[in-house]
Design a protein around this ligand. Structure first.
Ligand code: ASP
Length: 318
């Protein structure tokens, strides 16, 4: 997609939704036809869920939560059910959500029992005085808020266990396993021009020592500000944290006048110079939505009120 010309801005769509299901070495010869079909179907379902909210006049916040929940429930993605395993063989889930209207935000890290961690992040935002809860305390808060609980076995899939075993056997680094970051995320702008972002992940295969990535860190993997844009990221989290990728993109838009695409490309290029890989989805309040990634592919999709609707996996699909 190219930058939105000024003439088109006047006809900006009423609402826009962009989703991702992770970036990585997603190439045609590495993905089976069945995986390709399943992932596209799940992305389409997530687009349906989020755009249903937006089309009926709902908020961008509700839309991003609805879209992310669909992907959390699908074992093809590294979030909720199908999350990657820690070194100790557990699933520890991270998620964040942010409202660009007020810059209210909520996030959780290392939760183990909430069926949809993105909804727990939203509860933190709306029903606690805090922004970021972690571990046992976050699990406890989830029960107190009456969110749907799941036995830890709900999140565990044989394929993710196999990936952990492979990592341990090969003694490869975190970023070498499979090279598919299956984190999920959504950004949206609603008919009132408010943006929102949400991200959910299991983190990295074999993560240890209580490691937390960028996804639940406000400003790194997730950010939303009506004055600039909404961002959700996927990739090698440590690099995204160091750069403050999501906030950096919003700040560039706000302070330099760059379009979302220009700002996202610039920050992803900077990420690459430090050795980081991954990508972001972005939308401005005018609906000028896009994505940027420096990996061969990214699971992604876009829907707008003017009828645009697409899902894509490989880098050459735009
Ligand atoms: N960014 C996530 C993390 O580092 C991983 C991913 O995108 O899949 O935790």
């Amino acid at each position: 997609m190219s930058a939105t010309p000024a003439s088109a801005a006047a006809e900006a769509p009423k609402w826009t939704l962009v989703i991702h299901g992770g970036a990585g070495v997603l190439e045609r010869d590495r993905i089976t036809p069945q995986q390709d079909r399943e992932v596209r179907a799940a992305l389409a379902q997530a687009l349906d869920a989020g755009s249903g909210v937006l089309a009926s006049g709902g908020s961008s916040l509700d839309a991003v939560e609805a879209a992310v929940k669909v992907l959390e429930n699908d074992p093809n993605f590294n979030a909720g059910r199908g999350a990657v395993f820690t070194y100790e063989g557990k699933n520890e889930l991270d998620a964040a959500i942010m409202d660009g209207r007020t810059r209210a935000a909520g996030a959780v890290a290392r939760v183990t029992r909430t069926k949809n961690p993105v909804s727990l992040a939203r509860k933190v935002m709306e029903d606690s005085p805090h922004v970021f809860l972690s571990g046992e305390g976050a699990d406890q808060f989830s029960v107190e808020q009456h969110l749907e609980q799941a036995d830890p076995s709900w999140f565990a899939t044989p394929e993710r266990k196999r990936q952990l075993d492979e990592m341990k056997a090969k003694k490869v680094g975190w970023y070498d396993v499979d090279l598919k970051y299956g984190t999920v995320g959504a950004v949206a702008v609603d008919a009132k021009g408010h943006v929102a972002a949400a991200t959910s992940t299991g983190g990295l295969t074999g993560k240890r020592w209580g490691r937390i990535g960028d996804s639940p860190i406000i400003g790194a993997g997730t950010y939303a500000d009506d004055r600039a844009c909404a961002i959700s990221a996927t990739g090698a989290g440590e690099y995204f944290i160091r750069i403050g990728v999501a906030h950096e993109i919003c700040a560039r838009i706000r302070m330099t006048g760059e379009t979302p695409k220009q700002a996202a490309d610039a920050v992803i290029a900077e990420l690459g110079t430090l050795g980081g890989t991954g990508g972001v989805i972005v939308t401005g309040p005018g609906g000028n939505a896009d994505w940027s990634f420096n990996t061969p592919g990214m699971y992604r999709g876009k829907a707008t009120s003017d009828g645009t609707r697409k899902v894509a996996i490989y880098g050459d699909e735009d």
